[in-house]
Write a protein that binds this ligand. Structure first.
Ligand SMILES: Cc1cc2nc3c(=O)[nH]c(=O)nc-3n(C[C@H](O)[C@H](O)[C@H](O)COP(=O)(O)OP(=O)(O)OC[C@H]3O[C@@H](n4cnc5c(N)ncnc54)[C@H](O)[C@@H]3O)c2cc1C
Length: 347
């Protein structure tokens, strides 16, 4: 029996692949639904066009794991479409730096659950990963610790509400090492409170025009000299490090669609002399970039580099892959989910 903790993209893929290989599977989901953060996402599963681009963009990440994800993604996407019979909404990303596909996340989630079998999923299983450990190999796919980081640092959550780091804590109790900087985030600027933001608004309300804005902290000092990278994760992280995790974007386009969306959500959008507008923004944590140390077989590693018996990590429970930059969390979840299942069953 393969046990999987977490029913996001990584856990569902691991379980569906294990079923396809003829294994018995039990998936334990802490929340009340399957799909994890994928369900809230734009669901573009992508890689950099060439590997050099991946390295250049995420220079501090583990090169072996980056190469694994980059080189296996296209065949993993073909597997996903074959297995789920869900076709892409977009055939490409419309971004010259990247290639990949966009899907309907609900259709993908439903099809993956269907492949696994509803009776193999247990919901609201609590956060106690330890209880799943002794049924056979265990794949940790609990989505890192964005909720914990947001709470500890006073930032907004921009992920599923259950990823508290339970996989990380479990593995560390078993002697696991970590990889990457545990303070490094994939974040986005969102309208700051009192804006009302439902989880279904995370994509629509993202304030992704930092390249066209001047960015000030709460005292009015320049917070980020810019320009930010195309993905603006560097800027969002800088906002996350500022006191209160907030900043002001100043720009000359009061009717920018994302500014309008912030205003309509009840965010602070104020006019300033010179026909400019200032938008109060806050960093929202999408996922953590540091996490468990794994090898190319998705085995969780100890400090000395040895693998912990029967323990695997997939998705953003694995750390140190997109370090220093920005890469597709869904690609990491898809490829490592497949690898974890295949390796766990080969034991
Ligand atoms: C608004 C938004 C837009 C995004 N857009 C994109 C995009 O277009 N492209 C892209 O590549 N990425 C995108 N992402 C990021 C992407 O969604 C995540 O990186 C990816 O879904 C992570 O998958 P995962 O399976 O590793 O973790 P998750 O999806 O977080 O799944 C983890 C699951 O584990 C569960 N869990 C937590 N603790 C436990 C426990 N103790 N026991 C059992 N279950 C537990 C959680 O409830 C959750 O269901 C976006 C994210 C958001 C929020």
């Amino acid at each position: 029996m393969l046990a999987v903790a977490g029913a996001g993209m990584a856990g569902l893929v691991a379980a569906a692949r294990a079923r396809e290989l003829g294994a018995d599977v039990a998936v334990f989901e802490k929340g009340d639904r399957a799909g994890g953060s994928m369900l809230l996402s734009s669901c573009v599963v992508w890689r950099h066009v060439d590997f050099a681009g991946f390295r250049a963009e995420c220079p501090d990440g583990d090169e072996r794991l980056q190469r694994l994800i980059w080189s296996r993604l296209d065949q993993a996407l073909a597997w996903l479409e074959r297995t789920t019979r869900v076709g892409p909404l977009w055939q490409d990303t419309n971004n010259p730096r990247t290639t990949g596909r966009r899907y309907d996340p609900v259709a993908l989630r439903d099809a993956l659950v269907g492949r696994i079998g509803h009776d193999r999923l247990t919901f609201s299983a609590g956060g106690d990963v330890d209880v799943h450990r002794h049924q056979g190999p265990l794949v940790l796919a609990t989505g890192g610790f964005p909720v914990r980081v947001a709470r500890e640092r006073g930032l907004l959550v921009r992920s599923n509400p259950w990823s508290e780091g339970d996989g990380l804590d479990h593995a560390r109790r078993e002697g696991a090492a970590t990889a990457g900087d545990l303070d490094e985030l994939y974040a986005r600027a969102l309208p700051a409170p009192p804006a009302r933001i439902e989880e279904s608004d995370y994509v629509r309300l993202s304030q992704l025009y930092g390249g066209a804005a001047r960015v000030f902290d709460e005292r009015g000092d320049v917070l980020f000299a810019g320009p930010p990278a195309w993905h603006e994760n560097d800027l969002a992280q800088a906002i996350g490090r500022a006191p209160g995790g907030t900043a002001w974007f100043e720009l000359d386009d009061a009717e920018h669609p994302q500014v309008r969306a912030a205003r309509e959500a009840g965010g602070e959008v104020v006019g300033v002399p010179g026909g400019l507008v200032r938008v109060h923004v806050a960093a929202g944590v999408t996922h953590t970039l540091g996490g468990l140390a794994i090898d190319e077989r998705a085995r969780v590693l100890r400090e000395d580099g040895s693998a912990i018996d029967g323990l695997y990590a997939a998705g953003v429970d694995a750390g140190g892959i997109a370090s220093g930059g920005y890469a597709s969390g869904l690609a990491q979840a898809l490829v490592l989910g497949l690898v974890a299942a295949e390796e766990a069953l080969a034991e």
